[in-house]
Design a protein around this ligand. Structure first.
Ligand SMILES: [Zn+2]
Length: 171
């Protein structure tokens, strides 16, 4: 009878299933242990030692080598296949960074007023020539969005003012 060997463990079944799929693609009959327990209650993951990938003992070596090559990035999408590599429009350099100009505002507003402001990375700067630009067709704040938030803020502030008047009436 074949005994199963645990060769890796992951904190959730999503990661484990991705690796299991890679093993199956290489004709290694992998199975998962604890998957359903941990799906039912994620807090059990640590207690059970994670979702474990198990293979028959005779496949252990092959499976361990495959997982090592996954960890080493052998199956990562290569740079050639990456789409939408942005280039600096001035010097064509790939060495650019996106500037999250709204995230701090968004963070503060979300945490103080509980209004989730959308923010997106749409501003870029080139590390080579210091050129800064933004994507014209990808404005994070359209007129409609700005109007929406102005109306929302007006409603909230008027509610607060109403509340203050109400409070004053009681005092
Ligand atoms: Zn540049």
């Amino acid at each position: 009878m074949n005994s199963l060997v645990s060769i890796a463990s992951y904190s959730n079944s999503l990661q484990a299933n991705i690796v299991k799929g890679r093993l199956l693609a290489e004709n290694i009959p992998a199975t998962l242990a604890n998957e359903q327990y941990i799906n039912a209650d994620w807090l059990l993951s640590n207690a059970l030692g994670g979702v474990q990938i198990q293979v028959p003992a005779e496949y252990e070596q092959q499976a361990r080598e495959l997982i090592e090559s996954i960890d080493n990035g052998q199956f990562d999408v290569s740079d050639d296949n990456k789409i939408d590599q942005l280039l600096c429009p001035v010097c064509q350099s790939e060495d650019i960074q996106s500037n999250n100009i709204f995230w701090k505002t968004s963070f503060i507003v979300t945490n103080t007023l509980h209004i989730p402001l959308p923010f997106s990375q749409h501003a870029y700067s080139c590390k080579q020539c210091q050129h800064e630009w933004s994507e014209e067709n990808d404005k994070a704040y359209s007129i409609g969005t700005i109007l929406f938030y102005i109306v929302m803020l007006t409603v909230i502030f008027s509610a607060i003012i109403d509340g203050l008047f109400l409070l004053r009436g009681f005092l």
